[in-house]
Design a protein around this ligand. Structure first.
Ligand code: ATP
Ligand code: LTN
Length: 325
């Protein structure tokens, strides 16, 4: 059976973008693959943030994974920092990565601009991500489009290592959820909906109050036309709402356009709001069941054991290939 793996950072409550771009895709494919999903807490400390509260955020993220349909019987669920082979392998990969290629990573360029005192960890972030992926012989990595370049780097590193030391790593592929690979901000639909966005009115968090979610959608920026047409360049706001509606209901963009051919923006927004609220409400009910249960501790204990078995074997193989004592 082929393998699938993804991770999210515990940097805040996950957004509708994270859900549509990564988690929903993972849940959809969990029967087809042997799958691993983890909390990328080591990645979360690459940016300065005094308010990380990692323990609580990690637990909350696991409860959200479960609430979003990640089945603990079909996935190995674990916390990255509980498995030291990730950082161990990262060193070997750093020694097979180039300063130039890491300097070209879009995320690094963007985040290092925000704070001139950026850390070395922010720079080597994509190499740790490659280690996360390559440790498990991962075939596919569901991610949003912003992470595609990082998965491509993991591919390059795997190929380079295999050429130098002999066949060691499976070469992974990113998989993206079509139009849903990039959900945009509701207020500024030319930028990505992001957990760490300054204006929260443009961001839907999965634990937001349902009335607040409805209001955010009803106030989403649109345009001065009246037709519900998918045209991201000229109609980014409406196109984003079409994407959200289509992704949640597993419809195509064309089906949505047809459904609302005679509707005005108010009617369409209300339909989008109803759909999102219904989906999020279902997720929140499940979240509340899980968040205080000891199921989370059991899942993580098991995930830690299982992930370490896989990771240790691969790490030992890498050490042997490189020729260590
Ligand atoms: P931050 O704002 O802290 O950088 P983020 O919201 O971008 O966080 P990540 O934890 O970096 O979220 O991303 C988790 C996963 O969700 C990744 O696979 C990423 O590609 C995907 N993702 C993030 N934002 C979106 C979005 N707006 N649309 C689709 N996928 C997204
Ligand atoms: N960088 C990713 C999180 C992440 C990840 C991974 C995703 C860390 N390691 C391995 C897929 C596979 C992000 O979402 N910001």
């Amino acid at each position: 059976m082929k393998r699938m793996l993804t991770g999210l950072q515990p940097t805040g409550v996950i957004t509708l973008g994270n859900y549509i771009g990564a988690i929903k895709e993972m849940a959809k494919r969990q029967d087809e693959y042997e799958s691993f999903i983890f909390v990328a807490d080591l990645h979360a400390i690459t940016v300065p943030n005094m308010d990380l509260n990692l323990k609580e955020k990690t637990r909350s993220l696991i409860a959200l994974y479960l609430a979003c349909g990640i089945d603990p019987n079909k996935n190995t669920i674990f916390v990255q920092s509980e498995n030291e082979y990730h950082t161990n392998l990262s060193w070997f990969l750093e020694c097979n990565s180039y300063f130039g290629e890491l300097s070209r990573m879009h995320q690094f360029k963007e985040k290092s601009k925000k704070n001139e005192n950026f850390t070395a960890g922010l720079f080597t972030y994509p190499v740790l991500m490659a280690a996360d992926i390559l440790l498990y012989d991962t075939d596919v990595v569901p991610v949003g489009i912003d992470q595609k370049q990082h998965v491509e780097l993991a591919r390059d590193i795997a190929i380079r290592f295999n050429n130098k030391y002999g066949e060691t790593f499976v070469v992974p592929e990113p998989v993206m959820s079509g139009a849903g690979a990039k959900i945009m901000d509701l207020i500024d639909p030319t930028k990505k909906m992001s957990k760490s966005s300054e204006n929260q009115n443009g961001v839907i968090r999965l634990l937001d109050d349902l009335d607040v979610i409805r209001k955010k959608i009803m106030r989403a920026t649109t345009d001065s036309e009246m037709n519900i047409k998918y045209d991201p360049e000229n109609k980014p706001g409406i196109s984003n709402l079409i994407t959200i509606y289509a992704s949640i209901l597993n419809k195509t963009v064309e089906e949505v356009e047809k459904e609302f051919i005679d509707s005005n923006y108010g009617t369409f927004k209300k339909a989008v709001a109803d759909t999102v609220v219904q989906e999020v409400s279902r997720i929140q009910d499940k979240y509340n069941e899980y968040i205080n249960s000891d199921l989370i501790d059991k899942i993580l204990e098991e995930g830690k054991k299982k992930s370490r078995i896989f990771a240790k074997a691969k790490y030992e193989a890498v050490k042997n290939k490189v020729g260590f004592y």
